[in-house]
Ligand binder design. Structure first.
Ligand code: TXA
Ligand code: MG
Length: 356
């Protein structure tokens, strides 16, 4: 056990002295949980192999699952990656700082432990004042996975981090709720054509517009299959899952909501007949149709950013109902909806019922 200090800062205007203190802890080999615009990360100085190892140990993360390098300026990009062609430069100039991680050929500066001995590196410039200031004060890139225990939903509040990592990390910076709620989009631009490894807040539609080319979206990126040897190593492990088993009820289209509602109700009634306790995760548009059952509202279908923002919080709430099964409504895969469905499908262990 270590003594964990919780430091509260203003998310938009973080106090210099407090962030300096956190940067000093990183300089001295410590590990610090900090907010990004997507989820909280657990950071170490990229060059400090011992601190990086601590991150894997504390999270119980397998060493073959590489970390994202967080940078604050473009000089740091060229410090860690090479072969950044014009199309990639154009893409990142439009989205950074922002929730896009690019996979590029790595430079030897990056310790092997960070990249799990791959010859590529994942890089992103986060759009959060606290994250940016922390990297600036350290003067070096910060490697960080999401600040949850491996397998648990990613943390979108400092309290989630405290639940998982209190007593295991040196500092937890509390800057309130993160802005977006799902992890960054990951795009492999080290191969051609580029391949989406993880859907996120920057949509495929947007990526194609900015990159000027078709992006490959695999079944795996949609969260529909789990491949033996994953292209993004992290994607082969069970993720985001509450203890309560999830079943997702998906539809071909979500314009006619009566289909999804009757699909959910049929399933719920069947489970109850078998003596199971059920909780439902529903949109604000459909929640009222499930009167009499336990329902967690996740947000509006008209604003999938709201659903994304609540997603991991809701997944952490599910277990409090002590149900035998949680039935979850599916969402449209457009825009950030693809990221939502990817996370839900994985959280369910690919337990999906499709309504026709
Ligand atoms: O929004 C985010 O990306 C958050 C915040 C904290 O920045 N971070 C995050 O990190 O989600 P993590 O470690 O939970 O997920 C990183 C994913 C893993 O699936 C990992 O396998 C993949 O990125 N990854 C890292 N380096 C890679 C590489 N060189 N090639 C392919 N995939 C890589
Ligand atoms: Mg993670």
């Amino acid at each position: 056990m270590v003594e964990t200090e919780i430091i509260t800062v203003d998310p938009l205007n973080p106090d210099d002295k407090k962030i300096e203190k956190c940067a000093n802890v990183l300089k001295n080999g410590g590990i610090v949980a900090f907010p990004t615009e997507t989820v909280y990360g657990l950071g170490a100085c990229m060059y400090d192999r011992n601190a990086v190892r601590k991150i894997f140990e504390v999270k119980q993360r397998p060493f073959d699952n590489p970390l994202i390098v967080h940078i604050e300026n473009l000089k740091q990009l060229y410090e860690v990656a090479k072969d950044v062609n014009e199309k990639v430069r154009n893409l990142i100039s439009h989205v950074w700082p922002g929730p896009l991680t690019v996979i590029l050929p790595k430079k030897r500066n990056v310790p092997d432990i960070v990249t799990a001995h791959l010859d590529t590196v994942a890089v992103r410039m986060p759009a959060h004042p606290v994250a940016l200031k922390l990297i600036r004060k350290l003067g070096r890139p910060i490697v960080a996975p999401s600040a949850n225990l491996a397998g648990k939903p990613s943390p979108t509040t400092a309290n989630h981090v405290i639940e998982d990592l209190f007593g295991l990390v040196d500092i937890i910076i509390d800057a309130g709720e993160t802005f977006l709620g799902v992890e960054s989009t990951i795009l492999n631009v080290s191969i051609h054509p580029p391949v989406l490894l993880r859907p996120g807040p920057i949509s495929v539609e947007k990526l194609e517009e900015l990159f000027g080319e078709k992006i490959i979206v695999t079944e795996q990126a949609r969260g529909l299959i789990e491949s033996e040897k994953a292209i993004s190593p992290g994607t082969k492990y069970k993720h985001y899952a509450p203890r309560t088993p999830l079943i997702i009820v998906e539809s071909e289209n979500y314009t006619d909501l009566s289909k999804i509602v009757s699909g959910v109700l049929d399933l719920v009634k069947k489970k109850i007949e078998y003596g199971k306790k059920v909780v439902i995760i529903a949109s604000s548009e459909t929640a009222d149709y499930y009167g009499g059952y336990d329902v967690i509202k996740i947000g509006s279908r008209k604003n999938l950013y709201e659903v994304a923002k609540n997603l991991f919080k809701v997944l952490r709430e599910v277990d409090k109902y002590e149900a035998d099964i949680c039935v979850v409504e599916g969402f449209d895969e457009k825009g950030i909806g693809l990221a939502i469905m990817n996370r839900l499908r994985k959280a369910s262990g690919f337990n999906i019922i499709k309504i026709r």
